[in-house]
Design a protein around this ligand. Structure first.
Ligand code: FE2
Ligand code: FE2
Length: 328
């Protein structure tokens, strides 16, 4: 499926391609591998962010492509519900504390502590490849929800996003700081350099944001997702920074993580109390959507982290196939 899309994006839509996409039955989507499902969704959503060049953009609102994406989303949505499992019932007034508790660092196995203490530079670079599918365009996915939120919660949402975009200072966008990290470590910095190398579990963590951002009815889930991105982030970023310092990374290589130690200590409070807390007070019927978004995000993140940790413990790469760190 992903191969069909990659081929199609090489030229503007033609009747032949359109009918090829329309002819793909739901039963075929049911049997796609996770890798193919997630890569196909990643390609469909990528058009929203102009990721694949001018020619591919002609496909953005092409009805056969939208139809295919919706058929993929039926399966994706069902899998997200299964992943979230039975959701707790959370009182509107207790929502911020619930989120803070869900996102707090836990003892035991931890990707960030492994990267801090034990990872080789090659493993750290693999981790950056996984992160690149999100962080090279950090904040852009979540910006999709801004026009969908009104009233309580919007000022905090916009404040968080403004910081993510560097507060108006050129070169300080978090995506640019991440690019600097990749560059300092001799890795490729162009968006898309690694998306075919990372497994489904990492693409899923980004696809879920695009999915929530595509539909207004998922705005609560999107805010729950953003909250989980912010809560506890300063703790893991301190570990990431310390790991790079241990591995003798240059000062510029860990600036991205340093920035998050400072910014996300503030963002987690803003996200839990001022953004999510105020939003659900004004929209109490959406509290369960927010809980869903937060729970599924936490679980998907944990699965991706566990995949990296267990691959490395087996002495294997966490990347797809034979991919290895492609030094630029
Ligand atoms: Fe950030
Ligand atoms: Fe942040």
């Amino acid at each position: 499926m992903s191969e069909i899309l990659i081929r199609a994006f090489q030229h503007p839509p033609e009747a032949e391609d359109e009918s090829a996409l329309e002819a793909i039955p739901a039963s075929e989507i049911e049997t796609l591998s996770d890798e193919d499902l997630q890569l196909s969704l990643f390609l469909c959503y990528g058009l929203q962010y102009c990721l694949f060049g001018e020619t591919a953009q002609h496909w953005e609102w092409e009805t056969s492509l939208i139809g295919l994406r919706k058929r993929l989303e039926v399966r994706f949505a069902r899998e997200l519900r299964e992943t979230a499992g039975q959701l707790p019932v959370v009182d509107v007034e207790k929502l911020p504390e619930f989120l803070m508790d869900l996102g707090k660092p836990s003892p035991g196995r931890s990707l960030s502590r492994y990267l801090k203490q034990d990872a080789t530079m090659e493993q750290f670079q693999e981790f950056l490849m996984h992160r690149s599918v999100y962080s090279l365009m950090e904040a852009d996915h979540h910006s999709l929800v801004i026009p969908r939120v009104r009233g309580g919660g919007k000022p905090a949402l916009v404040e968080i996003q403004a910081d993510e975009y560097g507060g108006g200072i050129p070169g300080r966008l978090h995506s640019q700081l991440f690019e600097l990290t990749l560059n300092e470590l001799g890795m490729l910095t162009e968006f898309g350099s690694y998306f075919e190398d990372v497994p489904a579990c990492s693409l899923t963590t980004v696809n879920v944001i695009s999915y929530f951002g595509t539909y207004g009815r998922h705005r609560g889930a999107m805010l729950g997702n953003l909250a989980m991105t912010e809560i506890g982030s300063h703790y893991v970023n301190r570990n990431f920074r310390n790991g790079l310092q241990r591995l003798n990374g240059s000062d510029d290589s860990w600036l991205f993580f340093q920035e998050h130690i400072v910014a996300d200590a503030v963002h987690e409070q803003l996200a839990a109390y001022d953004m999510c807390g105020r939003f659900v007070r004004d929209n109490p019927r959406e509290v369960s959507d927010m809980v869903f978004g937060a729970v599924v995000t936490a679980e998907l993140g944990a699965r991706a982290n566990e995949h990296m940790l267990s691959s490395w413990e087996r002495g294997e790469s966490s990347l797809r196939g034979a991919a290895s760190v492609a030094a630029g």
